[in-house]
Design a protein around this ligand. Structure first.
Ligand code: PHE
Length: 341
């Protein structure tokens, strides 16, 4: 009997060592310790022993049961911790590995230049206002001193949306809305889309962008206009930049000027960018016409003002040496991604 017990101890210990998962362990546990297991069978065999040996053998069987119980538990714990170690190893992350880069979005070059421009004018005390792209003839032309039969309308043919409604040809329309709604002093810029019935080519697009500027106050002169525009041009194109006024005509300003800046590429000597002239035209401007002030209920005897209209697309193409304005509207990511910051 003793030998049988000893044999069971040894065999069980070996089998425990040999198995490698919990399922096999549970099967072995049933085979040895279960109701029909080897140990129970040995216990039954005790009936055949002489009565005086039974207590002793019973004790041995009980001790073996306890011992095996502990062995099973220990082996189970060891299997569990080995499985856990394997799982951790498999799930291990190398945090030093380079990450996957996601392509980041970026501002459109037009918006980048616009933000810069807004910064510059805000630092000079200008508010930014918005105006509708669908305008009435009144705001886009009549109030700006362009009556129905005026030849200046030809230059700004646009898309009509019905009687009296059109897509604005110039952000100047916003001047009127601002003067109607505010009392001087007024200092605003109004950026936005404008439309004209133009054929598309490298320098024309039926939709483009302007930034209108308007200042109205007592004693505003052309010197103020020049000072503001020089400050603006130097911040955009660099401190060496020179500004020149050429006489021009706009129905809503008097006198009117075209404003050129010295070419930032060649410094004025003439190059491909400025087409050899050394200057680049960037905006139209002038002193607000007295008729325009009057229409808006501002007394031209008391107040004066200046206005300017910057071509944002032109500013952007010269700034980045973009040769074709169409690139700004095609949304080709190969082009745009060059400007992502
Ligand atoms: N609105 C004019 C244009 O589109 C530009 C301009 C604005 C001129 C303000 C003078 C004053 O050509």
């Amino acid at each position: 009997m003793k030998e049988k017990l000893e044999q069971l101890r040894r065999q069980t210990a070996e089998a425990l060592e040999a198995l490698s998962d919990k399922k096999a362990l549970e099967e072995l546990r049933v085979r040895v310790m279960g109701k029909k297991g080897s140990l129970t069978e040995l216990l039954r065999g005790m009936g055949a022993l002489p009565a005086e040996e039974r207590p002793k053998v019973g004790q041995l069987v009980n001790r073996l049961r306890q011992e095996l119980q502990e062995k099973f538990d220990a082996r189970e714990a060891a299997l569990e911790s080995a499985a856990k170690a394997r799982r951790l190893e498999a799930e291990r992350l190398d945090v030093t590995m380079p990450g996957k880069r996601r392509p980041a979005g970026g501002l459109h070059p037009l918006n980048q230049v616009l933000e810069e421009l807004i910064d510059i004018f805000q630092s000079m005390g200008f508010d930014v206002v918005d105006g509708p792209e669908v305008e009435t003839e009144h705001y886009c032309f009549e109030a700006l001193n362009v009556p129905k039969d005026h030849p200046a309308r030809d230059m700004q043919d646009t898309f009509y949306l019905g009687e009296n409604l059109l897509l604005r040809t110039q952000t100047s329309a916003a001047q009127i809305r601002v003067m109607e709604g505010r009392t001087p002093p007024i200092r605003i810029i109004c950026p936005g889309r404008v439309y004209r019935a133009d054929e598309v080519d490298a320098t024309h697009s039926p939709v483009f962008h302007q930034v209108e500027g308007l200042v109205v106050d007592k004693g505003v002169t052309m010197c103020d206009l020049k000072g503001v525009l020089e400050q603006f041009a130097r911040e955009i194109y660099g401190p060496e930049t020179r500004v020149r006024f050429r006489p021009s005509f706009f129905p809503f300003t008097e006198p009117s000027v075209e404003v050129d800046v010295s070419c930032s590429e060649c410094g004025g000597k003439g190059c491909r960018i400025c087409k050899g002239v050394g200057w680049i035209e960037i905006l139209g401007a002038g002193m607000v016409h007295p008729n325009v002030l009057s229409v808006c209920g501002i007394d031209p005897e008391v107040y004066s003002g200046f206005a300017f209209g910057i071509g944002l697309d032109r500013l952007t193409t010269t700034r980045h040496r973009i040769s074709d304005i169409r690139l700004l509207f095609e949304n080709d990511r190969r082009f745009l991604s060059q400007f992502a910051e």
